[in-house]
Design a binder for this molecule. Structure first.
Ligand SMILES: Cc1ncc(COP(=O)(O)O)c(C=O)c1O
Length: 442
């Protein structure tokens, strides 16, 4: 686990943590990491360096110095990302070995790419939970509109994954063609036991003699866990077919994401957005023929500054990844303990299981008041005064709120504090004190 000393040292890399609020002159306490993480100086410098040193295009279009430098840095960014995800490079036809990692704008785009390009057929079924982010729900609902079927596996009472029900669906419904699961939830930080779920899928495949794809929404997994997506003989291997993530949730620039695909799955994925860079050959007489991946899926001029920054973010995260989660759980434990009296009094409820270790770096509380009720006003004013940044609302998991409305008060508000490794115990204690003060006497 990271020590307070290490965290103090790491915080020096984040200039935004030293910015003072224009009105209250306080430094930020940033708890909106499930949405966007802060940018460390080396990532900002990599973006700056591209912009001032060689702001050219990539994609082998131009042959000049700027373009070559850009292309080389994009290749090295892809390599850094491949390493972070634990995937080896593979040989794609006559080209150099390539990492099976596609740059996208975000997780949402990666999941849309899979849902649109995998060639899923009418009548085939996609299995999901009822706690998916809209980005891992809407693309499959569009598939449903095209004649596909969806099967939802509701989460258990404590919001954890229902492995038994999932197994029953996958084993009994022979129309299941794909399972689309989140790695970790942005609602409550609870992880899906992916290794167990995937083992069930692979067993069903063997028994039924057919193929089932595993597509993971890794938006909240990749920033917090060391991944092994490509080495079956090494520990912690996750036998996924697709894994999508967002670099802006893992220290990178905004608007850059990735889609890992098992090489043979990427081979069979049809082009989605087509045009410049994606083609092998075009003619006015014939349909285009398309390039190999990754080019086939990176259409048009790309966000090269962002890709290069993403590569730097991946390299920055690499040595830290094993240590992040235990540290977040430690902070989560401290806040949970501070909120215990309020929970006992029935004033608030922390979503997810009681054990903080099962909620990673997310604490979402449900309160029995509307946003304009005095206790909420008191809290939000205090949070503003202390420059605490958090989230409230449905966190893009509206469907969970809909299916759990019977378990929620008639009027309620939610507050989500999502942590990362640069948060400190003092910050967590500050918000704990403010909540106790605002809600304790209500
Ligand atoms: C679990 C989960 N999936 C998908 C997304 C969508 O990510 P993006 O907006 O970067 O595409 C998010 C964003 O918060 C998320 O938390």
């Amino acid at each position: 686990m990271l020590s307070q000393e290490q965290v103090k040292e790491l915080r020096r890399d984040f200039p935004s943590l030293r910015q003072k609020h224009p009105v209250n002159r306080r430094r930020p306490i940033y708890f909106d990491n499930s949405c966007v993480t802060l940018t460390p100086r080396p990532v900002a410098e990599a973006v700056w360096d591209y912009s001032v040193s060689h702001p050219g295009c990539g994609g082998h279009r131009s042959g000049h110095w700027f373009a070559e430098a850009t292309q080389a840095k994009v290749a090295s960014a892809r390599r850094a990302l491949g390493k972070l995800l634990g995937v080896p490079p593979v040989k794609v036809s006559q080209n150099d070995p390539a990492y099976p990692v596609i740059f996208t704008r975000n997780t949402t785009e990666g999941l849309n790419l899979v849902a649109n390009s995998l060639g899923l057929l009418e009548g085939e079924t996609v299995v999901l939970t009822n706690k998916e982010h809209n980005s891992n729900l809407c693309p499959w609902q569009e598939f449903e509109r095209r004649g596909g079927r969806l099967q939802f596996v509701p989460v258990l009472e404590d919001n954890t994954f229902d492995l038994d029900r999932f197994a029953a669906v996958v084993e009994q419904d022979h129309s299941v063609k794909l399972v689309a699961l989140h790695h970790s939830s942005n609602l409550d930080g609870v992880e899906v036991p992916l290794a167990d779920a995937i083992a069930i899928v692979r067993r069903a495949e063997r028994e039924q003699g057919r193929n089932i794809f595993v597509c993971v929404d890794g938006a909240q997994g990749a920033p917090h866990s060391r991944l092994n997506l490509g080495y079956p003989d090494k520990p912690e291997y996750l036998d996924v077919d697709f894994y999508a993530g967002s670099l802006h949730k893992m220290l990178g620039p905004t608007g850059v994401g990735f889609l890992y695909g098992r090489p043979e799955c990427l081979d069979s994925l049809k082009p989605f957005i087509v045009g410049g860079s994606t083609i092998f050959e075009t003619s006015v007489h014939r349909r285009p023929t398309y390039a190999e991946w990754p080019d086939r899926f990176e259409a048009g001029l790309q966000n090269y500054a962002g890709m290069i920054g993403a590569g730097r973010a991946a390299a920055y995260l690499q040595p830290l990844l094993g240590e992040i989660k235990p540290y977040e759980c430690h902070l989560n434990g401290a806040l949970t303990q501070m909120l215990e009296p309020l929970q006992r009094k029935g004033v608030l409820r922390i979503l997810g299981p009681a054990a903080p270790a099962k909620r990673g770096g997310v604490i979402t509380v449900v309160l029995p008041w509307g946003a304009n009720d005095p206790p909420m006003g008191c809290f939000s004013q205090q949070a503003l005064d202390h420059n605490i940044m958090y989230r409230s609302g449905y966190f893009c998991v509206d469907s969970w709120f809909e299916s759990n409305s019977h378990r929620l008060p008639n009027r309620f508000s939610t507050l989500r504090f999502s942590l990362y490794f640069y948060n400190t115990l003092q910050e967590v204690e500050r918000v704990g004190h403010i909540m106790t003060r605002a809600f304790g006497s209500a």
